[in-house]
Each structure stands twice: as C-alpha cells, then as structure tokens.
Design a protein around this ligand. Structure first.
Ligand code: PBG
Length: 340
C-alpha cells in the first residue's frame, strides 16, 4: 500500500465542512439548539387604578398601564396566545405613598385586587407579584429609610408581610426585587409559618444597579428622589455591574434560603452572568429582559436603523441560549404571535 498517497489525500480534501448544516432553512431548523416557545415567557403587567384605562408608557412604545377591567381582557388574550404566567406591578397613587409602604399591606389594595381579578378570569395562569417597596415609597427606594440609611432587616420583615398579603390574595409566586440581605429566608419562614406552603419564591437574586430600568421607573413613577443623605441610585443594595463572582454568591445564598427560582437581571448585557448562574445552581433560572432593553429596540427600529422583529428574536433567543429557563419580557406577546 502506498502510504504516501494516503497522506496526499488527507491534505488535499477537507474532512469537515460545517456549512453543510447551514445550507438551507430545513437543515438549519433540524440542527437548531435553542427555540423560543410560549412556555418560556413571563408577561409583566402594569396596573393602575380607575376604569377603562389603557395608557401607553411614553418610553415603552406599544406597552401600556391598564386598569383592572382592561387587565381582564389582556389576560384573556394572553391565554389565547398560550402565555401562562404574569408578573404584576402596580402604580400606586401619590397620596398612598409613605416611607414604610403601609399601603402595600392593604388587603384591598390595588395589587391584592389585581391578583384576585387575574385569578378569577384565568385560574390556570401563574400569578407572580413584584414584592418591593419602591412603588409605595415616597422616596422611590426599595428599602425603608431609617437614620439616613436604607434599613436592611426592617425592610426584609416588611417584605415578608407583603408576601403574606399577596399569598392571601392568591399569588402563586412572590418575586422580591429589592436585594436586601436575608429577605428570601425571612419571606420563606413567614410563608411556612402562615401555612402558605405552596407559594413559590422567584428571587431577583442577581439584580444589578443598572441604567436599563429607566423606562420602568417612568411606567410606575418610582424613580428614587433627591435626598440629603441617601444617594439617588440603588447601588447600596443592587449589585455593581463590574462584578461577576458576587452573582454566584447571591444566587447560591438565595437557593439556600429557600428560593424556588432565581433571576438574573437585566438580560442582554449580562449573558455571561446568566451562564455562570445556570451552571452554579440546581433550580430554574429566570432572566428579566428589562424595560431599557425593550426601549432600545423600539427606538432604533422606529428610526429604521434596526429590524424590529429580527433584533427582538435574536436578543431574546440569545438570553435563552445563555441559560435562561424562562424570560420575563415585554416582547412576550409579539414573539408568540411571530412564532405561532
Ligand atoms: C422594583 C423593580 C424594578 C424593576 C423590576 N422591579 C425597578 C428598579 O429596581 O428600580 C425593573 C424592571 C424593568 O426595568 O423592566 N424593585
């Protein structure tokens, strides 16, 4: 046998041609690794007092604050689209805001009524509720202010009471978004103590102090205000975006403290964190594709600079590819309509 001849053959012809699997849409779809599905999505809903209200949020084109009657219609539409979970946020009237968030515990408050409304029209929809002080705070902070500081432990205790109130109204999951230390444990103990053993905790575990939340704060009128001794940002509780390992510490602690699902937030700028967290924990990982991500895509595509649907699909799929088991997204309806 002529070994020399074999050597020549080996060098002369390519053994692998990766483009074969990209040759047409049929083969590409056969080998596709990540596919978005309606089951992947959590739909954020912004709720306001009143009736027949559906007002567009200026920095979030085609996204609305709705009164409860319109929320009913919206939830029915979500059902038709096969979307199965919602994350509720309320815009609190100014005269009901204070430092300690008293209104958040009102059994007949807007959040509590919203939970009952959604349960009533669509019992099989998973109701998740934002557990945080900021929409209720005159200062726009996620913590109670005591002696010129964002007080950790009294805030955590307050969030536990708020969680009980949501569970009583019928919430399936409470979603603490505040980043106080120890709050998952405090909330979990309170739920167990009050016999809400089936109420889940979706913990905003690695939530960064991000400039991407601006449109959301417009939506709820919840931006931090100017104060003498407290910075006008959330950097003493939300994470520093320069850090990676800290995200693992936060998520691992939340799992130990009793979180059923952990969340990384925002999405597209934090995909490295999503992958690391996915590899580090053994509970499902959620990602919040936040208001600023939504606004950027809307703004650029309104100018004709980016293709709206293409960029929406690419960014959202990338979040799932990075390791998200579920995605809270303002694009949920658009995506489901596009893929169905
Ligand atoms: C409130 C909360 C915020 C978001 C979710 N829950 C704002 C913040 O922390 O200031 C942001 C969501 C978004 O931007 O879409 N604690």
């Amino acid at each position: 046998m002529n070994l020399n001849f074999l050597m020549v053959q080996k060098n002369k012809y390519m053994l692998r041609r990766n483009r074969r699997l990209r040759n047409n849409e049929s083969i590409r779809s056969l080998v596709r690794e990540t596919i978005l599905h309606p089951n992947d999505f959590i739909v954020p809903l912004f709720i306001v007092e009143g009736s027949n209200i559906k007002e567009e949020i200026p920095s979030m084109p085609n996204y609305f604050r709705m009164s409860l009657d319109n929320i009913e219609k919206e939830v029915k539409e979500l059902q038709r689209l096969n979307l199965k979970s919602v994350l509720l946020f309320v815009k609190v009237l100014d005269n009901l805001k204070d430092n300690a968030g008293k209104e958040a515990l009102n059994p007949n408050g807007l959040m509590q009524r919203a939970i009952k409304t959604v349960k009533n029209v669509a019992p099989e929809i998973i109701i998740m509720t934002d557990v945080a002080l900021d929409p209720y705070s005159i200062y726009g902070h996620d913590g109670i202010i005591e002696n010129g500081q964002i007080a950790n432990d009294s805030t955590a205790n307050f969030l536990a009471e708020m969680s009980i109130s949501h569970a009583q109204a019928g919430a399936d999951f409470v979603a603490p978004s505040d980043m106080m230390d120890g709050r998952i444990q405090t909330i979990r103990q309170a739920l167990e103590q009050n016999n809400f053993i089936n109420t889940g905790i979706l913990a905003y575990s690695a939530k960064y102090a991000s400039a991407h939340y601006g449109p959301f704060r417009d939506a709820l009128d919840s931006a931090p205000v100017d104060l003498m001794d407290i910075p006008k940002d959330k950097k003493t509780y939300q994470m520093d975006y320069h850090n990676r390992i800290e995200a693992i510490r936060e998520t691992v602690m939340d799992v130990k403290e009793g979180a059923d699902i952990v969340m990384v937030k925002p999405g597209i700028s934090y995909l490295d964190i999503v992958r690391e967290v996915k590899n580090a924990v053994d509970v499902p990982v959620a990602v919040y594709q936040v208001s600023g991500e939504y606004a950027m895509i809307k703004a650029a595509s309104e100018r004709g600079w980016l293709d709206h649907d293409a960029i929406m699909m690419e960014q959202t799929t990338s979040i799932k590819r990075a390791g998200a088991d579920m995605i809270a997204s303002y694009f949920a309806k658009d995506i489901v309509k596009l893929i169905s």
